[in-house]
Design a protein around this ligand. Structure first.
Ligand code: B12
Ligand code: SF4
Length: 451
C-alpha cells in the first residue's frame, strides 16, 4: 500500500517589536524553499508557510517540518521547532546557520542537513518514507548548483511577495572578507549553474524583473559574460550583487548593461583604505586608495543604480569616520545605501578574532540572547562604545532614508533620473526602505520571552 506523505516548509521571521507580531511587508520569495520543493519527488505533497506573513498552523497534519535557518532567524526557528517537536512532529533544519553551527542547531531538531540540499534531499525523502530519518545529513560540495532543477514557484502564490523574481546564476565568492558568512559557508569557492538552465528557469515564469541573489554575479567573469549574452534576447530587467573588480573588464560591463542590468548591490564597506586592508577585502583596495572616485565615475557612466553597502565598526573606524562615510554616500547620491553594523557571524574569521580578544557581548551568542535586538552592536568596538556604534549606525540609516535625502538623491541624471523606469524604481523602493528602517530597528529576536 502506498501512503501519501506531506512535507511542510517554513521560513521563520526574525522576531517582533514590542507587543505586536511583526509582519515583514517588503518580504521576498524564500528561494531556498522553492528549490527544496522542486527537489521533492512529485508524489510527496509540499506546503510552505512564511512566518513573516502568516500564522503557522501547528495542528495541520504533516510528516516532516523543514525549517531554513539563518543566524538572525535561529532563535525564532528554535521556537517553531520546539512547538512541533512537543507535538511529536519530526523537524529537519538546514541553511546557512545549520552549516556554520551544526552542534547548536542539532539541539533543536530531529535531524539536520549540513550544506546545499541538492546532494542529500532525495536520500532524506527516501529515509522519511522508510521511517529511518537520520540525525544528520552532510552534503558534499554542489559543484553545479540546481542541476536540472527549476525552482517551484507555485508555493509562493498568494503570499504577497514583492513583485520581483528571485533566482541564482551562481553561489559563493572567491574573496575572503573577514566578516562574510557566505565566505565561510562556501569556503571561498564560486559555483555557476548551467546558463541554459538559468534561461529555461527565466522562461518558466512570467515576470520581467528579476533579482539574481548571487553573492557575486561576476565571480567568474567569462561565465558571467556567457550568461549576460544569453539574457539579451529575453529583454528582462535585473539586479544583483557584484564586486568592484568587474570594472576592469569593459566588455563584461557593456554586455551586462545591454542584458538589462538596472543596478547592483556593491560592497564598498569602508571609505578608509586601512579598514579595507584589515577586513581583507583586497578587491576594493585600489579603488579605496583614491576614495572610489574612478569606480563611481565608471558605475555612473553605465547608468547603474547602486545599492552601496557599508559595514560600520571596524577597529579603524571612529565616530568621525562613520560620519564621513555617511557624507560620502550622500554626496555620490547612491540610489540606496545599507549601513550595516559589523556583525560577528559564527564561523567567520571576525567572530573568532573578537572571541579570542574577549570582545563579544551577549555571552558570545548574540543571536540567542534574550536581550539582543536587531541592528544592535554585539561586540565592543575599538574607538567607541557599543551603544555609540548602534546609535550612529541607526542615525545613518534614518538620515539617508529621510524625505529630504530621498529628494536630494533623486536628482542624479546619470542614474536615478536617467529614464522614467529608473526614476520609478527609485521612487517606489526608497519609501519601502525608509519604513523598514524604523520597523526593524531594535526588534526582539523570536516571539517569546526567555528560552
Ligand atoms: C537575497 C538575500 C537577502 C534578501 C532577502 C531574501 C528573502 N527571500 O527574503 C534581502 C536583501 C532582503 C536580505 C536581507 C538580509 N540579509 Co540576506 N541574503 C540574501 C542572499 C544574498 C541570498 C539568499 C538566498 O536566497 N540564497 C539562495 C539559497 C538557495 O541558498 P541557501 O539559503 O543557502 O539554501 C541552500 C542551503 O543552505 C540549503 N538549505 C537552506 N535552507 C534549508 C532548509 C532545510 C530544511 C534544508 C534541508 C536545507 C536548506 O539548501 C539550499 C539549496 O541548496 C544571502 C547570501 C547567500 N549566499 O545565501 C544573504 C544572507 C542570507 N543575508 C544575510 C543577512 C545578514 C541579511 C540581513 C540581516 C542584513 C541586514 N543587516 O539587514 C537582512 C535580514 C533579512 C530579513 N529577514 O529581514 C547573511 C546571513 C548570515 C547568516 N549567518 O545568517 C547572508 C548569508 C549574506 C552574507 N554574505 O553574510 N537578504
Ligand atoms: S566580496 Fe562580498 S560575498 Fe565575497 S567574501 Fe567579500 S563580502 Fe562576501
Amino acid at each position: 500500500m502506498v501512503t501519501e506523505m506531506k512535507i511542510t516548509l517554513i521560513k521563520p521571521n526574525i522576531g517582533r517589536r514590542g507587543h505586536s507580531l511583526y509582519v515583514d511587508e517588503s518580504r521576498m520569495e524564500p528561494l531556498q524553499l522553492g528549490i527544496l520543493a522542486a527537489l521533492t519527488p512529485s508524489d510527496i505533497e509540499v506546503v510552505m508557510y512564511d512566518d513573516r506573513a502568516e500564522v503557522i498552523p501547528y495542528d495541520e497534519k504533516t510528516d516532516l517540518v523543514c525549517i531554513t535557518v539563518e543566524t538572525f532567524t535561529a532563535r525564532r526557528a528554535y521556537e517553531i521547532s520546539r512547538q512541533f517537536m512537543d507535538m511529536g512532529v519530526k523537524v529537519l533544519m538546514g541553511g546557512m546557520h545549520a552549516m556554520l553551527l551544526p552542534g547548536e542547531v542539532k539541539e533543536h531538531a530531529t535531524s539536520i542537513m549540513i550544506g546545499d540540499a541538492e546532494d542529500k534531499w532525495l536520500e532524506m525523502t527516501e529515509d522519511l518514507r522508510n521511517g529511518c530519518l537520520k540525525e544528520e545529513y552532510v552534503c558534499s560540495e554542489v559543484i553545479v548548483p540546481q542541476k536540472g532543477i527549476i525552482t517551484r514557484r507555485d508555493i509562493f502564490k498568494g503570499k504577497n511577495y514583492l513583485p520581483i523574481t528571485l533566482l541564482q546564476f551562481s553561489r559563493g565568492c572567491r574573496n575572503s572578507c573577514s566578516f562574510c558568512a557566505s565566505g565561510a559557508y562556501f569556503r571561498h569557492h564560486h559555483y555557476c549553474r548551467d546558463v541554459s538552465e538559468v534561461i529555461e528557469e527565466i522562461k518558466s515564469q512570467e515576470r520581467k524583473v528579476l533579482f539574481f541573489v548571487d553573492d557575486n554575479i561576476v565571480g567568474n567573469k567569462e561565465k558571467a559574460k556567457e550568461l549576460f549574452r544569453a539574457l539579451i534576447p529575453l529583454k528582462i530587467k535585473w539586479v544583483s550583487q557584484a564586486s568592484l573588480d568587474m570594472l576592469e573588464d569593459k566588455e563584461l560591463m557593456d554586455i551586462m548593461v545591454k542584458s538589462g542590468c538596472m543596478g547592483l548591490v556593491v560592497g564598498f564597506e569602508s571609505i578608509m583604505s586601512e579598514s579595507i586592508e584589515a577586513m581583507k577585502k583586497g578587491i576594493n583596495k585600489s579603488y579605496a586608495d583614491n576614495h572610489y572616485k574612478e569606480a563611481i565615475r565608471m558605475l555612473k557612466s553605465y547608468g547603474l543604480q547602486i545599492w552601496a553597502a557599508f559595514t560600520l565598526g571596524h577597529d579603524t573606524d571612529t565616530l568621525d569616520s562613520i560620519k564621513e562615510t555617511y557624507n560620502f554616500a550622500l554626496k555620490n547620491k547612491f540610489s540606496f545605501a545599507a549601513y550595516n553594523i559589523l556583525m560577528p557571524y559564527p564561523g567567520t574569521p571576525l567572530y573568532d578574532e573578537l572571541s579570542r580578544e574577549g570582545r563579544l557581548l551577549y555571552e558570545k551568542k548574540w543571536w540567542l540572547h534574550p536581550d539582543y535586538r536587531f541592528n544592535y552592536a554585539s561586540f565592543v568596538p575599538k574607538n567607541m562604545s557599543a551603544i555609540e556604534l548602534t546609535e550612529v549606525s541607526f542615525g545613518c540609516r534614518k538620515n539617508y532614508n529621510s524625505m529630504s535625502s530621498i529628494i536630494y538623491r533623486a536628482f542624479d541624471f546619470k542614474t536615478n533620473m536617467r529614464n522614467p523606469y529608473k526614476l520609478l524604481t527609485y521612487m517606489v523602493y526608497n519609501p519601502i526602505f525608509k519604513k523598514e528602517v524604523f520597523r526593524k530597528q531594535g526588534m526582539k529576536f523570536g516571539f517569546k520571552d526567555g528560552q
